[in-house]
Ligand binder design. Structure first.
Ligand code: FMN
Length: 152
């Protein structure tokens, strides 16, 4: 079945968080996954020191509605499209919203290359965006990464 996918990067407005970071993440992800389950939307979200990069995939209308909703969220600004296109498959078919914290706080060395790619000021290409998500999509597909991100 054909799906539509959208990938964007947006700057994090750290001052707009309402809770401490770990609670904010846990609360938001649980809400996001609840809404995405109803909308049939799957995808992934990567957080770096300055940016969120997100992949949304599903029915075209549902994916666009989700994006408009996210774009109105005061915790994000300066949205940049990385790609938006029809696709034959989903990269994260079993993840209502896979999440990874790639900030320095999660270990300076871990994911350092990916962090600096996402955090650099210049725009990301379609291929760079796809590669960033593919790393994790392969791990999820092969069962190397599980827990809180699956269709549960
Ligand atoms: C980084 C980020 C990613 C988000 N991703 C989604 C998403 O995938 N799906 C969704 O419905 N809302 C997403 N949201 C949340 C919406 O912006 C909004 O908070 C949500 O629709 C719930 O709103 P409500 O609890 O006021 O109804 C995201 C928000 C942020 C900050």
């Amino acid at each position: 079945m054909q799906v539509y996918r959208i990938c964007y990067r947006a700057r994090i407005n750290w001052l707009r968080l309402r809770l401490c970071l770990s609670d904010e993440i846990e609360h938001s992800l649980s809400r996001i996954r609840q809404i995405n389950r109803r909308a049939g939307v799957t995808g992934a979200l990567l957080m770096t020191d300055n940016y969120m990069i997100q992949l949304l995939e599903g029915d075209t209308g549902r994916v666009l509605e989700t994006l408009y909703c996210v774009m109105g969220d005061p915790r994000l600004s300066d949205f940049e499209a990385i790609f938006h296109e029809p696709s034959r498959d989903r990269l994260f078919p079993d993840s209502l919203m896979f999440f990874r914290d790639l900030t320095e706080r999660d270990g300076p060395k871990r994911h350092a290359q990916l962090r600096s790619l996402i955090d650099r000021p210049s725009p990301l290409s379609r291929q760079e965006g796809l590669d960033a998500f593919s790393t994790f999509a392969d791990d999820v597909a092969q069962g190397r990464l599980t827990n809180g991100m699956m269709m549960i």
